[in-house]
Design a protein around this ligand. Structure first.
Ligand code: NI
Length: 188
């Protein structure tokens, strides 16, 4: 089932997510619905706050990122993972810029600086505990989604000047003044 994606300006996007347990009601169906919602909007990641749930859950599938001609993209092809109760343990390496977007902030894309590598612990969809190191674009997508369960949006990372330039567009999004190709929920 495709769920409406919460738009910029909704207070749920500013809440820090709560941990969940394995018996969270309808968890497997929720995960399936989040994937369906994400694919429908052509996203590569979606976090629970974006569908209105303040919990520490996000899903990622970077397959559609892959450019067939780029050998570097090879490891993104099979990167599909569910992150539950995730905690980033370490971030290291040089900061690098990448042009990010967000399904809650349609049609806004901005360069964001983030560190190169992360070490993260989480539970997968079968509630097996994992601890892994990711770098490059995989780390990038995880860092963006992880921010969502911490109540942070990619626009928070921008310079005061960029924020000022975006202000009216963000305000229009929160008022629902935009055309978007997927179902959204706007703040009342
Ligand atoms: Ni996002």
């Amino acid at each position: 089932m495709i769920l409406p994606i919460v738009a910029y300006g909704d207070p749920i996007l500013r809440k820090k997510g709560e941990d969940i347990t394995q018996d969270y009601p309808g968890l497997q169906e929720l995960i399936d619905n989040m994937y369906e919602t994400m694919y429908n909007a052509s996203g590569v990641g979606l976090a629970a706050p974006q569908i209105g749930l303040p919990i520490r859950l996000f899903v990622i599938d970077t397959t559609s990122f892959v450019d067939e001609d780029e050998e570097d993209d090879e490891d993104l092809k099979d990167f599909k993972e569910v992150f539950i109760n995730a905690r980033i343990l370490e971030e290291e390496g040089e900061e690098w810029a990448f042009n990010e977007g967000c399904l809650s902030i349609p049609d806004v894309r901005e360069d964001v600086n983030r560190q190169e590598q992360i070490r993260i612990e989480y539970y997968d969809r079968d509630f097996n505990k994992q601890e892994k190191v990711f770098d490059g674009l995989k780390a990038r997508v995880i860092q963006h989604e992880y921010d969502h369960i911490e109540g942070i949006l990619f626009t928070d990372h921008l310079s005061p000047l960029r924020k000022r330039i975006l202000k009216s567009r963000l305000s229009n999004i929160s008022k629902g003044k935009l055309n978007v190709g997927y179902k959204m929920r706007f703040p009342k």
